[in-house]
Design a protein around this ligand. Sequence first.
Ligand code: HEM
Ligand SMILES: *[C@@H]1O[C@H](CO)[C@@H](O)[C@H](O)[C@H]1NC(C)=O
Ligand SMILES: *[C@@H]1O[C@H](CO)[C@@H](O)[C@H](O)[C@H]1NC(C)=O
Length: 512
Amino acid sequence: MENFYCYLAFFLSVVFLVIKLLHSHNQKLPPTPFALPIIGHAHLLKQPLYRTLETLSSQYGPILYLKFGSRSILVLSSPSLVEECFTKNDVIFANRPRTMAADHFTYNLNSPVWAPYGHLWRNLRRILTVEIFSQINLQKSSIVRQEEVHSLLRLIFKVSNRGPQRLELRYLFSLLMFNIMMRMVAGKPRVGEEAAASMDVGKQQLKEFRETYAAGLSMNICDFFPILRWVGYKGLEKSMIRLQRKRDKFVGVLIEEIKQKKASSSLNTTTITAVEKKRTLIETLLSLRESEPELCSDDVIKSIVLLMFVAGTDTTATTMEWVMSLLLNHPDALQKVKAEIDSQVGHGRLLNESDLPKLPYLRCVINEALRLYPVAPLLLPHFSSKDSTLGGFQIPGGTILLVNAWGIHRDPKLWEEPARFKPERFEAFDGEGERFKFIPFGTGRRTCPGAGMGVRTVSLALGALIQCFDWERVGMERVDMSPCFEVLLSKAEPLEAVCSPRQSMTTILSQL
Ligand code: HEM
Ligand SMILES: *[C@@H]1O[C@H](CO)[C@@H](O)[C@H](O)[C@H]1NC(C)=O
Ligand SMILES: *[C@@H]1O[C@H](CO)[C@@H](O)[C@H](O)[C@H]1NC(C)=O
């Protein structure tokens, strides 16, 4: 009898244990599709990734756990999970995964984008927010944006003033952004006005520059299957090393030029005040180094300079292209933007950055474009530094986090007629209460620090282009909105449009 009780107790505790194990196992990880050995879910992840993840989330729910080679990936696609992740758990998910591109392009992770969360990142981020993106520094750099926009207006006026002209807007937006960044960084435009005007020369110069200096944010296959880094992909790694040598040399020369200019001008006290007013980013960083030498090493300065090209140019130019494409397909909205500008700014002068707060509809249009076509549809990958819980599930440390901004922005449960372009919906948008359903710049402590500058630049440039010119589609057909996702979500076909100067603006344009 005693034996029987012993057996029963043993049996019951085994059953209990099994149930508990099963139960806790069920509760533990978020839903996950069936995985193959070794490759995990790699066979499910077809391009474009943001669409595949949207489909998987519609089957498995807004929190999804995937295995991709040796990496675990968490995919979130609901505002409430985004909120939980980036408020309560923000510190835990504030890391970035280690990637091959970051290893080679960022001077030992000395980059605000790729630095692991901690002391280094905090310092780098502080340099950006204080020295570049603070209200006062944005004010100071507005002159650069304005002059470059004027230079673009001049160029377009020159080619279109004898009759309607067909223009490739992708080229012109890209030109504008690279020139703005180059002037902010080093005080001179990237492509001079003459080269830019003979479109082919400008396009060629820009193409080479972009390929070298704007490369470097994406993850590649080796980041998921590290073994490939040692066996099949030596070539990729070698080409990254070669590219980085070229980039390093280029920034090195820029910095050296400015050091020399500074050395010669510091002998001349009459020029100093003028220099102070129009200081370039490199000068700012060099003088910061005098007060905080260990914070601003050569590597840090170089990596911040490159960052401006990597993170600030194509993101902004691509957004401009989406906004303009949407406006060309919706002439009524274009007309409304034009009417707003005409009534708030008029025809007597050019629109400038101080006018932007008076143009709320233009802002709604830009938000609606960022909702429909977020240039970073999965934001940037984050990485959890330790175990945590999210949505009631257990998330192990060392998990890559992807946020499907694309999916959230087009979720019919969150947006009425989500696929329709309706800028008016942002007139009633509650920026506080609804902020986790509109996240083109991410959220939490690793949110985009350049958002304010990006939106200002897009608004200023498009506002001025619409104030000064009439824009039409090239033919009767609508602009093809098919997206293409490589590093960014961009329009598959470069945008072209036909433009002619507005009669009421020709005097001002010809005086520019
Ligand atoms: C319309 C233009 C832009 C868009 C849509 C955009 C979007 C984003 C997104 C989605 C992220 C990732 C946020 C996350 O990890 O959760 C990001 C990060 C970042 N962006 Fe932007 N961005 C834009 C313009 C700019 C500009 C103009 C700059 C600077 C010149 C910039 C600098 C950065 C930096 C430094 C980070 C990394 C922040 C960190 O890891 O701490 N961005 N951006
Ligand atoms: C100092 O700069 C001013 C203005 O650029 C110039 O006219 C002057 O000749 C310079 N003086 C010296 C000593 O270089
Ligand atoms: C914009 O133009 C207005 C009117 O000419 C002027 O008062 C204002 O200072 C300008 N702002 C900037 C940033 O140039």
